[in-house]
Design a protein around this ligand. Structure first.
Ligand SMILES: [Zn+2]
Length: 488
């Protein structure tokens, strides 16, 4: 048996304590970190397991004490290193976080700058709009941003054939792209002598027409092509009825301009929808012809831009006259006023007086109404696609009305309406009576305008008979099938 280990003396511990303290570690603290357990003591052969509480380490060997101390120091050093590493890790993490935060602050800062820039831009635009227009209900409508450049649409050289065809109701309105229609409209203003007589700037005319085009929505029916159709029919009627010999050039300018502007910014949903859905337009115009009021307002917002104002050379009185005349005609296109306007015209037509302003205004109102709903005057192959366009727009509305729980008009309901049923009543009870009344004043329209309407009515009545017969056969077939099923 080896000699018993030396007692641990306080002196023997002193250097170690000093070393530990030099590392900034308290001795007691160090001891607490590694209290030897029973099994460790047992491993040392010289050491007896100490059960006494008064002298815990007295029987350990000095070598063992040293080893233990060394172990403790090592542990503490490792711990210190570990802490140092942890601090480093922490430092890295904090640095990374700081970098991220800096990045975010930078990005947020950029966003703030961008937002501020946008705000300023919007403010400038609003101020520009406000300075150009008295009302602000079209605020934010980019389409109305003035075009300072000369319109880029090419000036088409219209062939003599096109120039001649433009004056006739049979003109095929489907053959032309937007730019070509713009050139045709431009030609009409020149051809009627309006550019010359009113000293209209030809570049302003181009810009105005382009702005008009941009302010028609791409609805199935109420789009720029419809605007072109109505204006081309007006031009045809002016030519056919020799209106320039009977009316003033101001009247002609009003007729043409009202036709061009009459459905501006049409949303594709009619007045009934506007009122029932309580849209902004219905609220703004107190349910009184909301759409027509809107078309007018948009038209004069466009004129309020100097770059698009074809009336810029007019004196205030003349402008007032043009403005009043245009407004009256556009408001007359509300079909809710059809009976009232036609009745008024019927009372005047037999004793029509071109010098009477009331007569003249009433005639212009009827003329724009005729042009607005004149598709069926055109040849069948030109007219028929418009019925599909109109039904498409109607069905969009009725679908929306159903979805929103609003009343649905039967003539707009895809479950109830067919092309013949949609057209027959309209041609028989609206179109023919109106055109026949106008025919009293201008008998020359019978051949090119009234006769095509009668033919169209007859054709749709035949189609309806075929539809009815087909439905009858279908009904009988299904009845037979049911009877057969019952017999079995
Ligand atoms: Zn229209």
């Amino acid at each position: 048996m080896d000699p018993p280990p030396l007692r641990r003396s306080p002196l023997a511990r002193a250097p170690a304590t000093a070393a530990l303290q030099a590392h900034g570690l308290h001795v007691l603290e160090a001891m607490e970190f590694k209290m030897p357990v029973a099994s460790e003591w047992e491993e040392g052969s010289e050491v007896l397991v100490n059960t006494s509480s008064c002298q815990p380490f007295c029987r350990r060997s000095a070598a063992h004490d040293k080893e233990e101390l060394f172990q403790n120091v090592l542990t503490q050093v490792a711990e210190q290193f570990s802490r140092a590493f942890k601090i480093n890790e922490l430092k890295t993490e904090v640095t990374n976080r700081l970098a991220m935060l800096e990045k975010r602050v930078e990005l947020e800062g950029m966003k703030v700058v961008e937002i501020e820039k946008c705000r300023n831009d919007i403010k400038k635009l609003r101020e520009e709009m406000a300075s150009r227009n008295n009302s602000n209900f079209l605020e934010g409508n980019k389409k109305l941003t003035p075009r300072r450049d000369v319109p880029s649409y090419p000036k088409y050289m219209l062939s003599q054939q096109t120039i001649d065809a433009l004056k006739k109701p049979a003109f095929d309105v489907w053959l032309w792209e937007a730019n070509e229609m713009l050139s045709c409209l431009e030609h009409m203003y020149h051809d009627l002598g309006l550019v010359r007589d009113f000293n209209i700037n030809p570049i302003t005319l181009k810009r105005w027409l382009l702005c008009i085009h941009d302010n028609y929505k791409s609805n199935p029916f109420h789009n720029f092509r419809h605007c072109f159709c109505v204006t081309q029919m007006m031009y045809s009627m002016i030519c056919l009825c020799s209106l320039q010999e009977r009316c003033t050039q101001v009247d002609v300018l009003i007729l043409m301009t009202a036709a061009v502007c009459h459905d501006l910014d049409h949303p594709g949903f009619n007045n009934t929808y506007q009122v029932n859905a309580r849209t902004d337009l219905a609220v703004r115009y107190n349910d009184i012809s909301p759409l027509e009021n809107h078309h007018c307002a948009v038209a004069f917002q466009i004129f309020s831009q100097p770059d698009c104002n074809i009336f810029s050379t007019f004196d205030p009185e003349s402008f007032k006259q043009i403005r009043q005349g245009t407004i009256t005609l556009i408001l007359a296109t509300d079909m809710a006023r059809h009976g009232e306007i036609l009745d008024s015209f019927k009372q005047k037509v037999d004793n029509f007086d071109y010098t009477d302003e009331e007569h003249s205004t009433c005639l212009k109102m009827v003329l724009i109404k005729c042009c607005d709903i004149s598709n069926e005057v055109r040849p069948m192959e030109v007219a028929e696609p418009w019925v599909d366009c109109l039904l498409e727009e109607y069905f969009m509305q009725s679908d929306r009305e159903k979805a929103e729980g609003l009343p649905v008009a039967p003539f707009m309901d895809r479950e109830k309406v067919t092309k013949p049923t949609a057209q027959i009543g309209f041609i028989k009870f609206v179109l023919i009576p109106m055109f026949e009344t106008v025919m009293k004043l201008f008998p020359q329209i019978e051949e090119t305008m009234v006769q095509p309407l009668r033919e169209s009515r007859d054709r749709y009545e035949e189609l309806k008979q075929i539809d009815d017969a087909m439905n009858e056969v279908q009904k009988m077939k299904s009845e037979n099938l049911t009877m057969g099923g019952k017999k079995k």
